[in-house]
Design a protein around this ligand. Structure first.
Ligand code: TRP
Length: 354
């Protein structure tokens, strides 16, 4: 009888535990549009924390980016910019693998196999496709439709055990799990791919627009005042926070009060995340105070936390030779990990060796 009190051992994780790690992480960021505070607090800053406990790969997903048209020059510079943001935020390029997707052909090679494992019915349920394709679905690229199979390949080509994801990517991770299970079943390769676990970062790191507390902060919002970009200087940060929408009341007294006031709640959440404190703790300091007092404190904090990251990013972007060398080195190490797994997949599927 198995010991009911003990978690079942997972062979995919055990090898990492033996090395003092909790597992292997892969995450991807698309090089489309400027990075903002939402990307930083919701994703990149969490990566920085995870690097201590996991074997990590951080991928700039340029192949996902072109599922919607990208200007080639912009794509190249945005790819470097994401890599620069990773480095500027404190990701260690030696300890982790930082690379761009198109430099590791095994992603696309495994994605083709997954296109043949995933079902059309599964893809039809993907809400991100519906959102991105909009009304003119007939005119969306085939790549946009197959996007989640490529994402599954990004993860499973390294047999990643954990993926840090925001709420909006949960459905894609579910699909990744379905693909892993179906592949293992269809080919009688029980346990070959891991059933990857999500690492969900809670609502604490969900950053909303500065103009509308009910909408996510987004790079596609036409108003630049809706977001704080990682490369904004201190004047821009100060101005955006000063102009951020609020209601006429002073700072809320309790978290329940705050929850009823989306704009106030968002600024409170941003403060708490930047200060690494919880909301209740921040409220103990600011409850009932004038909003302008709180905004001044928030500005000071945001400038202190984001300013140095933006400045380091700008410095790195001016040194593309260095950024490119990080990506090349990362790709080499990623290729070395991916190659034996792809070889094994090809053997399992029945492809002849060259
Ligand atoms: N779909 C993700 C997003 O839009 C990006 C992504 C691509 C990703 N491949 C991934 C995220 C693998 C995590 C793991 O944010």
């Amino acid at each position: 009888m198995p010991d009911a009190g003990r978690a079942a051992s997972n062979p995919h994780i055990d090898a990492y535990i033996a090395r003092g790690l909790k597992g292997r992480i892969l995450s991807g960021v698309q090089p489309t549009g400027n990075l903002h505070l939402g990307n930083y607090l919701g994703a990149i800053r969490n990566f920085v924390r995870l690097q201590a406990d996991y074997d990590c790969l951080f991928c700039v997903v340029d192949q996902h980016a072109i599922t919607q048209w990208q200007d080639p020059k912009e794509l190249a510079s945005q790819t470097r910019e994401i890599a620069a943001a990773f480095l500027a935020s404190g990701l260690d390029a030696k300890k982790n693998i930082i690379f761009n997707q198109s430099m590791v052909p095994a992603h696309a090679q495994l994605a083709w196999v997954f296109n043949c494992v995933a079902r059309v019915g599964w893809m039809n349920r993907m809400t991100q496709f519906k959102e991105k394709a909009g009304k003119d679905r007939e005119n969306a690229s085939l790549g946009l439709y197959a996007y989640p199979a490529l994402m599954a390949a990004d993860i499973l080509i390294y047999k990643a055990t954990h993926v840090p994801v925001g709420e909006d990517q949960k459905q894609h991770l579910e699909l990744t799990r379905d693909i892993a299970i179906k592949f293992n079943n269809d080919f009688g390769a029980s346990g070959f791919f891991p059933v990857t676990e999500p690492l969900i970062f809670g609502a604490a790191t969900r950053v909303m627009s500065l103009r509308d507390g009910t909408k996510k902060m987004s790079k596609s919002d036409p108003s630049d005042y809706s977001r704080i970009n990682l490369t904004d200087d201190s004047d821009a940060i100060a101005q955006k926070i000063r102009k951020a929408k609020t209601d006429p009341q002073p700072m809320p007294e309790t978290e329940a009060d705050a929850a009823k006031r989306p704009e106030a709640d968002n600024l409170l959440g941003i403060y708490a995340a930047l200060a690494d404190r919880d909301r209740a703790d921040v409220l103990r300091e600011f409850a009932g105070q004038q909003f302008s007092t709180f905004k001044n404190a928030l500005t000071e904090l945001a400038v202190a936390r984001i300013g140095p990251v933006g400045a380091e990013m700008q410095r790195l972007v001016k040194d593309p030779g260095y950024v490119d060398s990080v990506l090349r080195d990362g790709a080499e190490r990623a290729n070395a990990l991916a190659k034996p797994i792809l070889d094994e997949v090809y053997r399992i599927v029945g492809f002849l060796k060259p």
